[in-house]
Design a protein around this ligand. Sequence first.
Ligand SMILES: [Zn+2]
Ligand SMILES: [Zn+2]
Length: 466
Amino acid sequence: MIAKKAIGLPLKGLRLAIKSGDTLLQTASTQVTRLKRLLDQQMDNTQAQPTAVRGYLNDAHAGERDVSMSETVDIRELEFKKAPINLIPAAVLIATPIAAAVITPWYLMTHKVSLPVWGAFGFFMTWTGISITAGYHRLLSHRAYKAHPVVKNFLLLGSTLAVQGSAFDWCSGHRTHHRHVDDVMDDPYSAKRGFWFSHIGWMLRNYPSGNFDYKNIPDLTKDKVLQIQHKYYGLWVIAANVGVVAAVGWLLGDVWGTLVLAGLLRLVLTHHFTFFINSLCHMFGTRPYTDTNTARDNFFLALFTWGEGYHNFHHFFQYDYRNGVKWWQYDPTKWLIAGLAKLGLASDLRTVDDATIKHAEVQMQFKNAHKHLDTVTAGGIDIPHALQNFQERIKHEYEAFTQTVEEWQALKAKAVEMKKTEFADRLHEVDDKLKHEYAKIEEKIIEHNNNLKVAFRSIGHKQHAA
Ligand SMILES: [Zn+2]
Ligand SMILES: [Zn+2]
C-alpha cells in the first residue's frame, strides 16, 4: 500500500528540487518508454500495441479490443516482465537500508547517544508510523473519520516524513489494492506475486499495475493542501527528513546523532514495517471474517504496524476506523482516533455494526465446519460417532442461522421502508422499537456463534471458534 510511489515520492521530490513542476523527468521517462516500446514492436514484428491491448483501461481503445483474452493476459504479463527500473525509488529503497545497516552500528559504537536523542528517535518513529495508519490510510484512503485541520496537517507532515509517496499516489494505489486485491494484473502489490513483489519489488520497477491515474481519488485531488503536497512533494520530503530532523537535533545538541537515528534508521524501519502490511499480512495469520482474499489477522504484525495487523477484518470492512475491532485487540491507531474524537479533534467515526461483524464470523465458522466435514467424509468411509453428532449439530444450527439472517434482512428492509414513510415526529418511537428488534437479532447471532464454538470443541477443534 504504501508505496509504489512511496518511492515515487523521493523521485518526485528530487524532480522538483531540479525544476518546479514534476514534468521534466516524467516526460523524459515517458519518451524513453515509448521509444522502447516502439523498438520492441518493430523487433517483435507484431501489430498489437501494448497500449491498445490494455484498452480495458480506456474506452478510447474500445475499437481495438479484438485481441483475445488470453493474448491480452500474455501481453500484459510481458509488460510486467519488461517493466523498466524505477531508478530513483529503487536507489532510495536499496541504499537506505544498506546505509542504516552500516552507519547505525558504527555510529553507536563510536559515539555516545544521549537519552533525549533516543527520545527523538521514539517520537519520530511514532509520529511517522501512526501518520501513515491514521492519516494516509484510515483518514484519506478510507475516509473512516473526519479530522480537525490541525490533526490532518500534523498527520500529513508525518506521512511526508515516511517517504512513501504523495497522498495522491499512496491513496490511489491503496484504493486500487482494495478494489483488485490479489489480482496479479491490477493489484499494485498483489500478494499472489509472492513476498518480494508485495513487500518491495512492486516499487522497484515501473509495473503497469503501479501507474495510478487518480480517477479513484476525486475527493482528494480537489483538496488544496494535498495538491500542494503532491506538487512539491520532493521539497517537502527533504524539508521534513533533513530540515525538521536536523532542527530537532540542533535543539538537543546532537545533529548527527539525531539524523542517524531519528532520520535514517527511523525511515528504514518505518518503510519495512509498513511494507509488512502488504506482504506478511497477506501471508501469515487467521481469516476470521472472509477467505475470499489473502488478507490475514495477525497480532504480532499489529505490534509493528500500529494496529494494522488485523488485515483480514480491514479488507472485509475497510471503512471501519478500527482494524482491531475487538476492544482487547492491539490497535493504537484506533485508540488515537477515538481519543481525538473525545477531545473534539475527530468526528464521524465510521463503524460496522456488531451484528454484521458477528454475522461474518459465524459464516466463516460454518464454512470451516463444512470444509472439515467435506474432508472427513470425502473417503466415503463411515465417520466416527462424534463427527456424526457434529454433522447433525452443524446442519441444525445452519438452518436456524439461515432463519435468523432472513429475519435480520426483513428487519433491515422494514427499517428502510419505515424511515421513508413514517412522519418525522414518530421516527424516534419507531427507531426505539427497531433498536429493540435489532438487539434481539444480535443476541441470536451471538447464540449461533456460541453453539458453533461448543460444536467445534466437541470434536477438539478450538481453533475454528471465533
Ligand atoms: Zn491488503
Ligand atoms: Zn486499507
